[in-house]
Design a protein around this ligand. Sequence first.
Ligand code: SF4
Length: 185
Amino acid sequence: MGLEEKMPPGVGLTTLEAVLGWAKARSPWPVTMGLACCAIEMMAFGALRFDASRIGMEVFRSSPRHSDLMIVSGRVSQKMAPVVRNIYDEMMEPKWVISMGACACTGGVFNNYALVQGIDHVVPVDIYLPGCPPRPEMLINAVFELRNQLMEKQPIGAHRKEMAKAAEAAALSATPIQDRKGLLA
Ligand code: SF4
């Protein structure tokens, strides 16, 4: 998007933001990455019965540089965490993350030293998808929720990179999921 980088932020961009948000929301390119059993459901999501192409996602890309969506599907070991972060860093901007399944969101039933207790320690998460495992229909719904987010709040213009950095810093400094007590506090 060369043009948007050169345009100053302002009232005139409002319509352009909406058009670009609409385009981005309808053509996410997921990176090929599966970590555990949730990845089987993610594969079903891309295969014939559920067919991710129907909702504009087309094929999973084999290079992070072709991708703008990471679906963290399964538990993340401490050894794998730097690899996940590396893949995230290599993806093109702007980019988004869906945390798929209880293990990716919170460590799930694996409350031990070997697994990352929530992928939000490693990359900023846009959508948390619960379940063990979540069904492919739930992943489709998560993609629709992500679409809604993209339509609402994706900035463009000269300050886009700064805003993206600020959003990532806020996400990484937020209270990890497993520390949130909700009504149990
Ligand atoms: S949430 Fe359940 S299905 Fe998904 S990786 Fe963890 S144990 Fe496997």
